[in-house]
Structure formats: structure tokens, C-alpha cells
Write a protein that binds this ligand. Structure first.
Ligand SMILES: [Zn+2]
Length: 315
């Protein structure tokens, strides 16, 4: 019985392979490949997967290891992740220590197959941080124009993977970056709606420094550029005094960081006689649920700037 099933399976595979051969010979649709022959591209964050999916189109299979609400600083690779990485033809990750707990796994696979840290393709002089033990701020996706440099690197890596499909990849890339260029303009337009002295972003952790530099916000995070270290009581008190003094209307929670620290900050501000609102939830290090608008890079940033502009424009 078992043998029969196996032969049935082999027969199925043979028919299937024959099908692929026919498809290749007739070249019905050059942009469509059968699932069985599509190279597998594995990414860490959803933001990188979004770029790969848009640029690779249906030429590749893209899997993001980290879904909605997942904190990349704390994420450890599961056995299933290691299996997916082992089967991948290309691995794309953020780098700059974003995936701090996955460094060893990523390094190991980097010796075995094409593996690219997309943020590390951005010229060093454009990166923030670097003063503390040479660690740069990895949250580059919040400056859309800067993220486009990483997106270029995604395009290049896909062309290397599928050189015969370079033209299709280039066409998808052109379409995708046009959307990103439009998003960059939208971010600036929404920022202009906020009174200049209220362009102050206070969030759970320091994910928004590039955002602040690109769009003109003063940025303060409760935790540092990684969520690994906890915010101290002193930091909370200092920040609370600052918010009360400046009469900042709102502070923000993040989808991938527990809310308790921001709520403690809000309470400390109240104790100083100023009612600061929680202005909403921002997507910082992870996108929203897949299948929703916020589950795309454009949707994630659009949600953030709409939330920020709405909350900080209130007097
Ligand atoms: Zn972060």
C-alpha cells in the first residue's frame, strides 16, 4: 500500500514536471513560474518581505519569519525558521544589529548561501548612531528616501538570483519605488499639518530617529535603539518633566513593544499636572496584520503619519 502511494506520488511528480517542461517551451507567460520552481526568498522583517514581494512579483516565493507585533530585537529563530533558512535560495535581513538574537544563525547561513543585510547597503555617512561601540541605529525604514537605498539592494539581489528575469524585476521595481516616492511626499504633507512646536514624537523605544531627521520631528524614546535594555525610573521622570513643560499633547505606544512603560510615563506626566494622551498605536519594528493595509510598508507608514498628525495637531 505504502509502495503504491509512493509510485503514485512519483507519477504525479513526473506529470507535473512534464507540465513545467511544456510551460517553459511554450513560454505562455514569462512572468509566471510554477510554484515548484520558484526560488524561496526568506526575510526577517515584514518590511523587507514587502519589498521582495513587490519587486520579485510571482517570480519568487517570499516568507517573512517575523509577523505582526513581533519585536526583531528580541526574536530568536525557531527550529522551523532554521529549516526555512536552510531551504532558502536567498536570505534578506535588516542588519545593523536589528536582529540581535539571530546574529549567529544569520552569520552561519551567510557562509552557505546568498545572504544580505539590506540596511548595511546604505552608505555609513547616512546612518545615525555609531557613537556607542560603533552600533548604528537600524530603524532605517522610517525615512522612506533612505529605505529606498535598501530597496535598491533588494532589487540587485533578486537580479543576481534570477538574471534571466532582470527586465521583469526592473519593471516591478520601477512601479514599487514610484509608490515609495509618493509616500515620502505624503509624509511631508501630513507633517506640515502639525504646528511646528508640536512636532515632538515620544514613543516606547528609539525607533523613530530616522523619521525625525527626515520629516523634522524632535524624537525621544523611553528605551534605547534596542528594546533589550529597560528604561530606568530616572529616564521616565526626566521625560515626564519634559512633556509637562512643553505641553506635548500626545505620546505613542508601539505594536511590537509592551504598553506598560508608556502608560507609566503617562501617569508620571499626570502627576505633574499635565494630561497627555496616548495618541494611538504606531507600527515601529513590525507591520500590521498580513492582508490589511497596515500589513504593507506603505500602509504601515501611512497609518503612523496619520496617527501622529491627528494626535499632535490637537491643541
Ligand atoms: Zn527597534
Amino acid at each position: 500500500m505504502k509502495k503504491l502511494r509512493i509510485s503514485g506520488f512519483i507519477l504525479f511528480i513526473s506529470i507535473f514536471s512534464f507540465g513545467i517542461m511544456i510551460t517553459n517551451c511554450t513560454k505562455k507567460d514569462e512572468n509566471t513560474k510554477n510554484a515548484e520552481e520558484k526560488p524561496s526568498v526568506v526575510t526577517t522583517t515584514g518590511m523587507i518581505a514587502d519589498a521582495a514581494k513587490n519587486i520579485g512579483g510571482n517570480l519568487i516565493d517570499v516568507t517573512a519569519l517575523m509577523g505582526a507585533g513581533v519585536d526583531p530585537h528580541l526574536y530568536k529563530a525557531s527550529a522551523k525558521d532554521v529549516d526555512r533558512l536552510a531551504k532558502a535560495q536567498l536570505i534578506l535581513y535588516g542588519g545593523l544589529h536589528l536582529e540581535g538574537k539571530m546574529s549567529d544563525v544569520l552569520k552561519k547561513f551567510g557562509e552557505l548561501k546568498p545572504t544580505l543585510a539590506v540596511a548595511e547597503c546604505i552608505p555609513e555617512e547616512k546612518l545615525l548612531g555609531g557613537e556607542n561601540q560603533g552600533l548604528h541605529d537600524p530603524h532605517v525604514w522610517f525615512d522612506v528616501a533612505l529605505w529606498m537605498v535598501a530597496v535598491d539592494a533588494v532589487r540587485d539581489s533578486l537580479v543576481s538570483l534570477l538574471p534571466e528575469d532582470a527586465a521583469a524585476i526592473e519593471a516591478n521595481y520601477t512601479e514599487y519605488v514610484a509608490k515609495l516616492a509618493k509616500l515620502h511626499v505624503y509624509m511631508k504633507e501630513k507633517t506640515a499639518e502639525i504646528p511646528e512646536d508640536m512636532r515632538i514624537m515620544i514613543t516606547a523605544h528609539d525607533a523613530f530617529e530616522y523619521f525625525g531627521r527626515a520629516y523634522g520631528f524632535e524624537v525621544k524614546g523611553l528605551q534605547g535603539i534596542s528594546t533589550v535594555s529597560e528604561a530606568g525610573t530616572r529616564d521616565v521622570q526626566d521625560l515626564a518633566s519634559y512633556i509637562a513643560k512643553k505641553k506635548v499633547p500626545a505620546i505613542f505606544v508601539e505594536s511590537s513593544v509592551p504598553k506598560k512603560n508608556v502608560e507609566a510615563l503617562q501617569a508620571a506626566v499626570h502627576a505633574r499636572g499635565w494630561d497627555v494622551e496616548i495618541g494611538g498605536e504606531l507600527f515601529s519594528d513590525a507591520m500590521g496584520d498580513s492582508g490589511t493595509f497596515e500589513g504593507t510598508y506603505v500602509g504601515m507608514l501611512t497609518h503612523n503619519i496619520n496617527t501622529i498628525a491627528g494626535a499632535l495637531s490637537k491643541k
